[in-house]
Structure formats: structure tokens, C-alpha cells
Ligand binder design. Structure first.
Ligand SMILES: *[C@@H]1O[C@H](CO)[C@@H](O)[C@H](O)[C@H]1NC(C)=O
Ligand SMILES: *[C@@H]1O[C@H](CO)[C@@H](O)[C@H](O)[C@H]1NC(C)=O
Ligand SMILES: *[C@@H]1O[C@H](CO)[C@@H](O)[C@H](O)[C@H]1NC(C)=O
Ligand SMILES: *[C@@H]1O[C@H](CO)[C@@H](O)[C@H](O)[C@H]1NC(C)=O
Length: 405
């Protein structure tokens, strides 16, 4: 069984194949190399070279290059391995042209060096769809979608976990656009392992488009839900918890406040209960977004950024000036008006008595240093005639009942 990540991408220069010691003679190359597609796999088969010395043991180098015709020239390889068998199998999508190169290597062989390479190319079957892509977006849930190259009404989709004995099951929940199937929604316990997805037609056996995917490499959940809570001097950014593998997630919060151009970034995870806390400036409006990131230790992927949430309002930086220019004069005028009204109403109390001017001047002239006001106040004020108020009017003499003190 051959498992290999397909994104191994090292540049190989085929010239290195020919380096060696000239005094050694080359081994004969493998014969009859043939390639074939099966569901999500490519198989190469070849025969032992003829004319091998009986005491000579050999093995084979296999190099697989994608998106290229043979011979591959200064290109990147998808797989490179050595085997002593006469076949090779790899799980791979049949979307691209593939070139396989094989050489015979001396394992226990006197004075021999590796053979010249032999190449064989295989084309992908005719594509039924393009832009095929899948997202693993929730626990045990995955969506795949595609675009049609032509209107095919009898298209069908199968999927299964990629094992040596591959069992496929039909899609039960198609995503459609009118009469056409444009995607499949999968809900299954199996989603997590490497999978094989197959698109073909019910009426024909060929072509079959097959895709190898690893759900954990194409993770894309919905953005988390975001809440902003004020706690005293701080703001808490709180987001909803991921619905699978919590240890694999980190939530990034990006926020700006007031008119600040630069966003600040904080991260929250399982240990911080998916929240972060930042100091709160009451004079600022906060704009906050959140994104869920899948850890590289678990796979690859992230949600989109959430829609922004807002908190607070910007306070106009000119407002102290506004207070000075508008509010204070308004308050002062109000006070003045109130004062005037009150003054008018209670004029007699506020300005009770005006001394007779003649007396006043006379007094000023006569006054000593002990104070004008005292003389004015105490001495010669106009004094209204005292009303006589009878306080002790009683109908019965008190002394009769209660002897006075
Ligand atoms: C295998 O290769 C030899 C030459 O190397 C050739 O004569 C023979 O026909 C090939 N057999 C097949 C089945 O292709
Ligand atoms: C194949 O042979 C080479 C020597 O030419 C050796 O280094 C390598 O380990 C061998 N690989 C296998 C899988 O036998
Ligand atoms: C679909 O694929 C074609 C090429 O095959 C590309 O030009 C086009 O931009 C893709 N469309 C989308 C929506 O990705
Ligand atoms: C996947 O497809 C289902 C069914 O059409 C839909 O309800 C769901 O929102 C899709 N998920 C995503 C992330 O697009």
C-alpha cells in the first residue's frame, strides 16, 4: 500500500540520473512499462530487464511527475521511491497528465551502474466537470461542488474512504441548480480519513473522474459567532466554540478602535474559552472581527473573517471646544434669565430699603472710620412702621387653669 502526500515538491534535475562512474557498465532498463487508471489510483507495471546476469540482484526507482508529458524536463515530482517489485500503485486524482520514469538499480551486482530511464505517459480521462472543490466544514460534514463543462443530466457522485479495498457509496443529498447536480452534501462518520470521490454518468462506463482528498487539509467552517461584552475597564470578545476537535482551533480577533488605521490582533483558544480581553477606551467605537484557524498540527484551513461587530461610539474630539462655545453660554444665559425673573418677583426682599439720600450723604460726612455700612445699616435707615401683631390673645385667662411660671 502506498500513501504519500501529493504536495512533496522538490525540484529534480534529470541530469543527475546520468551521473556515475564511467568504467561501470549500465544495467538494462525495465521492459514493457504500462500505466492504468483505476478509482482514485494509478498503477504502473513493468517486466524484469532481459540479459540480467543470474547472480545480479536489482531494484527499481520510480519517479512520478504530474502535469507534464514525457520525458519530464526540469520539473517537480509528486512521488519518488525505490522498490524491488515489478509494480507500483499510488492514490492520486485523475485530473492531470502523468509521466512515470523507471530505472533499474544495482542491488547486488558487480561493476554495474543504474540503467537509462524509461518513461511512460498517461493522460487523464475526459473531464465531466471542472472547478471541483470540497470543504470539510463541520463535524462529519463535507460539501463538494463543481461546474459543468456541458449539461449532463445523468451525472452521479460516489464517495468512500480510500483503502486497499475501496467501497463506495452514492451521494444521498445532492446540491442542485435547476435539473443539474452541482454538488454533494456528505454527512458520514468516515469523513476524516483520506477519501476517494467519483463523478461519472449512469449511461456510460467511461469517463470516470476521480478525486483524492484529505478532509483535514481542506477545513473551512463558518466564521464563529462573535459577542462583545463590557466588564468594567475591559471589553471581552467572546466567540462560539468550534463544533469539532476543539484542541485544533485558534480564534483570531482583529479589532480597531476610534479611527485607528492599524488593526490589532489577539488570539483565543480552548484554554481562554475562545475569548480575549482588551482594555476599553470609552471614547472609542470598537470594530471587531473573528476568524477560526485550524492548527497546522491537525491539518490545514480557516474560516472566513466574520462580519464586523461594533461596540461603543466615538466621542467627537472637538467636544470640549463645543462645550466652551455653545453649552457654557447657553447655561449662563439660562441662569441669567432665571435670575432676572426671580429678581423681579422678589425685588422687595432683595432690595428692601433705600436710605433717604439726604440722610445718607449727611451721614457719610459725619461718619468716622468705623464704617459707612454700619451707619447706613444700623443708623438712619428708613424703617417701615412695625405692624402690631397681637401674639398673646387668648379668650380665657391662662392663669385660671394653668398657673403660669
Ligand atoms: C515487451 O517488450 C519487448 C521488448 O522489450 C517486446 O518485444 C514485447 O512485445 C513486449 N511485450 C508486450 C506485452 O508489450
Ligand atoms: C534499491 O537499491 C539501492 C542501491 O542501488 C539501495 O540503496 C536501496 O536501499 C534499494 N531499495 C530497496 C527498496 O530495495
Ligand atoms: C473554473 O475553472 C476555470 C478553468 O478551468 C477558470 O478559468 C475559472 O476561473 C474557474 N471558475 C471559478 C469560479 O473558480
Ligand atoms: C453544505 O451544503 C449544505 C446542504 O446544501 C448546506 O446546508 C450547508 O450550508 C453547506 N455548507 C457550507 C459550508 O457551504
Amino acid at each position: 500500500m502506498i500513501y504519500r502526500y501529493l504536495d512533496v515538491s522538490l525540484v529534480i534535475y534529470f541530469s543527475f540520473i546520468f551521473t556515475g562512474v564511467d568504467s561501470l557498465s549500465e544495467l538494462p532498463p525495465p521492459r514493457n512499462l504500462s500505466l492504468s487508471w483505476a478509482h482514485c489510483s494509478l498503477t504502473a507495471k513493468w517486466s524484469k530487464p532481459t540479459d540480467l546476469d543470474s547472480g545480479c540482484k536489482v531494484n527499481y526507482t520510480v519517479i512520478l511527475c504530474s502535469k507534464t508529458k514525457c520525458p519530464p524536463n526540469n520539473t517537480t515530482y509528486v512521488d519518488y521511491r525505490q522498490t524491488s517489485h515489478l509494480s507500483y500503485k499510488i492514490f492520486i486524482s485523475n485530473e492531470n497528465e502523468i509521466c512515470i520514469t523507471i530505472m533499474t538499480n544495482p542491488l547486488m551486482c558487480e561493476n554495474k551502474k543504474k540503467s537509462k530511464p524509461v518513461h511512460q505517459c498517461i493522460s487523464p480521462p475526459k473531464a465531466l466537470v471542472n472547478n471541483f472543490s470540497c470543504i470539510y466544514y463541520s463535524d462529519k460534514k463535507m460539501n463538494c461542488s463543481w461546474n459543468f463543462l456541458s449539461n449532463i443530466s445523468d451525472l452521479q457522485f460516489h464517495y468512500g474512504v480510500l483503502r486497499e479495498r475501496f467501497s463506495q457509496r452514492p451521494c444521498t443529498s445532492y446540491i442542485t441548480s435547476g435539473p443539474l447536480k452541482t454538488g454533494c452534501h456528505m454527512h458520514s462518520d468516515d469523513i476524516a480519513e483520506k477519501m476517494c470521490l467519483i463523478i461519472n454518468r449512469t449511461t456510460e462506463h467511461d469517463p470516470t473522474n476521480s478525486f483524492v482528498i484529505e478532509p483535514r487539509e481542506i477545513v473551512k467552517p463558518w466564521p464563529p459567532k462573535l459577542k462583545i461584552i463590557r466588564e468594567g475597564e475591559y471589553l471581552h470578545f467572546q466567540s462560539s466554540t468550534p463544533d469539532f476537535q476543539p484542541h485544533c482551533w485558534q480564534h483570531m480577533y482583529m479589532y480597531s478602535k476610534c479611527k485607528e488605521k492599524d488593526d490589532q490582533v489577539h488570539t483565543g483558544d480552548k484554554h481562554s474559552n475562545w475569548s480575549v480581553r482588551v482594555p476599553y477606551d470609552e471614547a472609542c467605537r470598537y470594530t471587531v472581527r473573528v476568524q477560526a484557524n485550524y492548527s497546522p498540527y491537525c491539518g490545514k484551513g480557516a474560516s472566513d473573517w466574520s462580519e464586523p461587530e461594533y461596540y461603543g461610539e466615538d466621542v467627537d474630539p472637538n467636544w470640549p471646544l463645543m462645550v466652551a462655545v455653545i453649552v457654557i453660554p447657553v447655561i449662563v444665559s439660562c441662569c441669567l434669565i432665571t435670575a432676572l425673573v426671580l429678581f423681579k418677583r422678589h425685588k422687595d426682599i432683595i432690595l428692601p430699603a433705600i436710605p433717604e439720600p439726604s440722610l445718607l450723604f449727611k451721614d457719610m460726612l459725619n461718619s468716622n472710620n468705623d464704617g459707612l455700612s454700619k451707619n447706613i445699616g444700623v443708623g438712619k435707615l428708613y424703617v417701615p412702621i412695625k405692624e402690631v401683631v397681637e401674639k398673646d390673645v387668648s379668650l380665657e385667662p391662662k392663669s385660671v387653669l394653668y398657673p403660669g411660671p
